[in-house]
Ligand binder design. Structure first.
Ligand code: PMM
Length: 292
């Protein structure tokens, strides 16, 4: 059973939808260097076009980010990130699309919320910018707290765990406590195990196969597996030597269905249609099971 992500009081579209199933968030990287779609939507015009296409394909939310988090990526100056993200958030919101902002920076989160974003997706869980929690508190919108240990350029060095599941939960819990202490309402918080962030594919699969531990926190959770190394690794283990990231969408959709049936409240994906259909199947499965 999915926990709903609670929206904020202003009228639509400034609130996440609550369709009673796992939400599908479409990825919109307004960056020249993201790992699978870097450069494709780097101009404002192209980014808005792709955001609109994902909304027409049924995306519940479009996640707009202006800074790549691929392993080894360099930080982007704040001014540049604002210039990439804010016009896209504004235009999509004006067109009736629900938008979340993928940023580690409080100033970008504030500007995006003012431009209409209805969710802040912070892959650093508040660790990169000590002012983030206050920005989210003031905006009073849902806040994705992702498990993170270090900036992209050095995160692979931090992929060391004795027990990845319990350590990720403990570190996420500490971030939740920090956010709540800064005034963020607990009902606004969504957890994310941060697949690929300071984790090997083996760690990612251990986390995915233990989603009950995330469920047990009682908070909604989001899964971002789309086209990542863990998908490539699992395909390779079965002799499928797929090298192109956009050849991983069927496998991503399978993970979306499994995550939804394990209680994920949202999946963050590049290909909206395949994951939306996957989530519909998980929902039909659960409904039929409940009706027995
Ligand atoms: N992964 C990326 C970027 N943002 N946000 C959340 N909440 N969870 C993720 O796993 C996540 C994210 C990196 O992947 P991308 O380059 O495909 O956007």
């Amino acid at each position: 059973m999915q926990r709903s992500i609670t929206g904020c009081s202003p009228p639509l579209p400034h609130t996440p939808p609550q369709p009673g199933r796992c939400l599908v968030m479409g990825i919109l990287n307004v960056t020249p260097d993201s790992f699978s779609d870097g450069g494709r939507y780097a101009s404002t015009r192209r980014a808005i076009g792709h955001g609109m296409r994902m909304a027409r394909a049924g995306a519940d939310l479009v996640d707009v980010g202006g800074e790549s988090t691929r392993p080894g990526a360099r930080p982007v100056p704040l001014r540049e990130e604002l210039a990439r993200v804010v016009p896209v958030v504004r235009e999509l919101t004006l067109a009736g699309v629900r938008v979340s902002v993928d940023t580690m920076h409080a100033e970008v989160a504030r500007a995006a919320a003012e431009a209409g974003a209805c969710m802040v997706n912070d892959v650093s869980g508040g660790l990169a910018d000590p002012c983030m929690a206050a920005a989210v508190r003031d905006a009073d919108i849902p806040y994705v707290i992702t498990h993170w240990r270090a900036p992209s350029r050095e995160m692979d060095r931090h992929a060391v765990y004795d027990d990845v599941v319990s350590e990720v939960i403990a570190e996420l819990t500490a971030r939740v406590e920090a956010a709540v202490a800064a005034g963020v309402r607990p009902s606004r918080i969504i957890l994310d195990p941060g697949l690929g962030f300071a984790k090997t594919s083996r760690h990612d699969w251990q986390l995915l196969s233990n989603l009950g531990a995330l469920r047990a926190t009682g908070l909604p959770f989001l899964i971002g597996a789309s086209r990542k190394r863990l998908i490539h690794a699992a395909l390779q283990a079965h002799g499928t030597h797929d090298t192109e990231a956009d050849g991983r969408d069927a496998a991503t959709a399978a993970v979306s269905a499994l995550a939804a049936s394990e209680g994920a409240s949202c999946v963050r994906v590049h290909d909206v249609r395949s994951s939306l259909h996957a989530v519909y199947m998980a929902s039909a499965w659960a409904t039929a099971n409940g009706a027995r």
